[in-house]
Design a protein around this ligand. Structure first.
Ligand SMILES: [Fe+2]
Ligand SMILES: [Fe+2]
Length: 411
């Protein structure tokens, strides 16, 4: 059980506060924050009916578009607690808003965030976003009980982090003096627990097994990120053609001015990838951030014209990415063209990932290229093979960005 006052640099504390109190952050309505539908209620009925709001930027591998505004807190917590990201995984980031309420009862419904974490280690971490009241109450009990005894109370205070053993039942309470109580809950669990759980899982009569594998990440980029990328495209450098496999005439070097794209987009994507796929399990060495840091070693823009193509190839580095900026064609129309209609492949104009399946055979994953792909980034291990097929009957350029991420030493 640990409290960290002034947990984040003050500018980050202000930024999180400003995001959660802005008029663009998507809060979702809760009829009643005091009880969970699944658990029944210890809360007296006269204390119920307290509405609140929530938004979950991340849970079990699914991220909302706001994920990158909060994901860094996970790393700050690991650093503060002396934990290693190889041993601890992020399960959930949840933003919660309780409104002012003059309730008579001391707290809301006691609960644990993840009943399954009773098997192993799990931390519940509460980051208080504003100065408020309405303490978080942690109980001695680690089992569901008819009566709970209080072990600890933590009072909300802007920029305070409160970490406790997630096995303990706990409860929030509504502010009685302040208008609102804003909290970001971050749940971490031991990766050993997750592996242990998969080992002890009982075998049903029949089931399918899909062993873990590496993969890639799809990410929709924000309007800010797209504006930045169009800006650096407008200021592109000299030809990059001689360094690339693509049969594309116009490719030019790009400069990530002030490391903006690396710091504001890719840093989060790298963390997301490592948390999702745990590449270290596949002997794919992920640099320890104590000794090395990631850098954007090169980045370029392709102005692909009709008939040009990018044959199957891989990149150099740890991670690579492709971003579709402008797609002037639709696969549906391209497929109708004379050379593509009535054939049994769906390659024309599209992007393809190629990888070995569990039998060692070549497998394919095709992205149909349409204007709705604009603003999407694919982020993948650099050695993952991929290709881009040509499009036809269109005089406009298809514009994409690619880049590679390597590591550099601090010393
Ligand atoms: Fe909770
Ligand atoms: Fe490529």
């Amino acid at each position: 059980m640990k409290e960290f006052k002034n947990f984040l640099p003050i500018s980050q504390a202000h930024e999180i506060h400003d995001i959660l109190t802005s008029n663009i952050f998507p809060w979702y309505w809760l009829d009643d924050v005091t009880v969970s539908k699944e658990e029944g209620s210890e809360v007296p009925s006269h204390c119920r009916s307290q509405p609140g709001m929530h938004h979950t930027p991340y849970v079990n591998g699914r991220a909302s578009e706001w994920y990158d505004k909060f994901s860094f807190i996970y790393h700050n917590i690991l650093d503060a607690m002396g934990l290693d990201c190889k041993d601890w995984q992020l399960d959930r980031i949840r933003c919660g808003l309780n409104f002012h309420h003059q309730m008579d009862c001391l707290h809301h419904q006691p609960h644990i965030d993840y009943p399954e974490t009773q098997v192993g280690d799990h931390f519940t971490c509460l980051y208080y976003v504003n100065d408020s009241d309405g303490p978080t109450v942690v109980f001695n009990e680690t089992e569901k009980s008819d009566e709970y005894t209080i072990k600890y109370k933590c009072h909300p205070e802007k920029n305070k982090l409160f970490v406790f053993d997630g096995k303990h039942y706990h409860a929030s309470s509504c502010p009685k003096e302040h208008d609102a109580r804003l909290v970001v809950t971050i749940n971490l669990s031991s990766r050993a627990r997750n592996e242990q759980q998969s080992e002890i899982r009982s075998i049903p009569e029949i089931r399918s097994i899909r062993p873990d594998n590496l993969g890639w990440v799809e990410q929709k980029l924000s309007p800010d990120a797209m504006s930045f990328l169009w800006h650096i495209i407008d200021n592109h450098g000299s030809s990059y053609k001689d360094k690339l496999a693509g049969n594309i005439n116009s490719s030019y070097a790009l400069t990530d001015e002030n490391d903006w794209f690396l710091n504001n987009v890719l840093a989060n994507t790298i963390n997301f990838y490592i948390n999702e796929f745990q590449p270290q399990k596949f002997m794919y060495v992920v640099p320890s951030k104590q000794e090395l840091r990631y850098c954007l070693s090169d980045m370029w823009v392709n102005f692909q014209k009709q008939t040009e193509f990018n044959p199957i190839h891989a990149h150099s580095g740890y991670f690579s990415f492709v971003i579709w900026m402008k797609i002037p064609t639709t696969f549906e129309e391209q497929k109708k063209l004379h050379i593509a209609s009535d054939v049994n492949s769906n390659c024309i104009s599209n992007f393809e990932m190629r990888y070995s399946d569990i039998l060692g055979r070549q497998a394919s994953y095709i992205y149909g290229m349409n204007p709705d792909a604009e603003g999407t980034m694919l982020f993948f291990p650099s050695s993952l093979n991929h290709s881009v097929y040509p499009f036809y009957n269109c005089d406009e350029d298809r514009i994409s960005i690619s880049g590679n991420i390597m590591v550099e030493s601090y010393t």
